[in-house]
Design a binder for this molecule. Structure first.
Ligand code: NAD
Ligand code: ZN
Length: 350
């Protein structure tokens, strides 16, 4: 065990620094983790460049990072589910466990959830980090630390496809081919979707979608949403049973609704604009259900099982790799939109 805890700390907007922090001690029910891999998410970049995401404002220095895997290095009092040396994926949001949402299993909606790198809670992009043991999931030997870190975005996809009730034979539209759209594509295919169509403004991202199994892609330009919807319908042969919106662009939300079958479901994963004008009557009178998504609940075990069994291969999503010391360069690459997923190695050996 090293005795320093190099950590990527966001002091305020555009002020990310590498700092040596004390190594924290695990409290009862917690474990000290020696961090291994941390993926950069759009929200980490957004906190860095804007100093806030919606109502969450960075007021105190905050460690970034929430897509992570680690090795258990110390057990807090009463921990029996894990051992020192266990390789784990970290589910970043720990809810209160007591409120109605927690008790009914929708703990993602808990108002007291502590979520890594959402102010005021620290993230885990550092050498060491403490987390509740029951939100750490043991990785089988053949599942890599990178795959462990990718269980975070994959859990968003498990949840989003559950919300959309994607099942065998369904046709699915995925709007946006960023990391989230792409894990939704992989998950929809794994759940038995017969045909998946993916849209994006970026041709290279659509190429990636094709390589990952999308039957169809539609390159979006500045045309009206109805025109894009026609292209989607032309590709699939009909409207999609389910649309999963993963861009947050208002025009794309419109395309998602217009492209969805009567009695189908639109799942809103992308966030961006507080108010969006949508064809509400079209959705209402065709009984197209519009469902929101806030992170995920109870999805890590499914995401892990999908990766461990080979039902999904998330490895191609990692296009850039950096060391913890070079986190600033990693964030620059993520901000430029280089590739798909930027991954940081936190262990000294890497
Ligand atoms: P990203 O920015 O990497 O990907 C978004 C993609 O959408 C880009 O490839 C972009 O080119 C594309 N796009 C933009 N406008 C478009 C349009 N009009 N039509 C089609 N495609 C368009 O982001 P990401 O990391 O993949 O995340 C996707 C979204 O999901 C973001 O809005 C993010 O904030 C959100 N998100 C939500 C949750 C949740 O719990 N609801 C969780 C994770 C991420
Ligand atoms: Zn709660």
């Amino acid at each position: 065990m090293t005795d320093t805890n190099l950590t990527a700390v966001l002091f305020q907007q555009n002020d990310l620094r590498m700092e040596d922090w004390p190594i924290p001690a695990p409290g009862p029910g917690q474990v000290l983790l020696e961090m291994q891999r941390v993926g950069i998410c759009g929200s980490d970049v957004h906190f860095w460049t804007k100093g806030r995401v919606g109502d969450y404002v960075v007021k105190e220095p905050m460690a970034l990072g929430h897509e992570a895997s680690a090795v258990v290095s110390k057990l807090g009092q009463g921990v029996t589910s894990l051992n020192v040396g266990d390789r784990v994926a970290i589910e970043p949001g720990v809810p209160c466990r007591r409120c109605n949402h927690c008790k009914t299993g929708r703990y993602n909606l808990c108002r007291k959830v502590r979520f890594c790198a959402t102010p005021p809670d620290h993230g885990n992009l550092g050498r060491y980090y403490v987390h509740d043991a029951d939100f750490c999931f043991k990785l089988p030997d053949h599942v890599s630390f990178e795959e462990g870190a990718l269980l975070e975005p994959l859990s968003v996809a498990v949840y989003a496809t559950n919300r959309g009730n994607v099942k065998l034979g369904d046709t699915v539209l995925i709007c946006g081919a960023g990391p989230i759209g792409l894990v939704c594509l992989l998950t929809a295919k794994a759940k038995g979707a017969s045909q998946v169509c993916v849209t994006d403004l970026n041709a290279s991202r659509l190429e990636m979608a094709k390589n990952l199994g999308a039957e169809f892609t539609v390159l979006v330009r500045r045309e009206a949403p109805g025109v894009t919807a026609q292209a989607v319908e032309g590709a699939l042969g009909d409207k999609a049973d389910i649309a999963i919106e993963c861009s947050g662009a208002p025009s794309s939300v419109n395309t998602a609704i217009l492209s969805t079958q009567t009695a189908g479901v639109v799942v809103l994963v992308g966030v961006g604009h507080e108010k969006v004008e949508i064809p509400l009557l079209d959705a209402a009178l065709r009984e197209v259900d519009i469902r929101g998504v806030f992170r995920y609940a109870n999805c890590y075990p499914t995401a892990l099982a999908m990766v461990a069994s080979g039902q999904v291969d998330v490895k191609p999503l990692v296009t850039h790799r950096f060391r913890l010391e070079d986190s600033l360069q990693a964030f620059e690459a993520a901000r430029r939109g280089d590739g798909i997923k930027v991954m940081i190695s936190c262990d000294r050996k890497a």
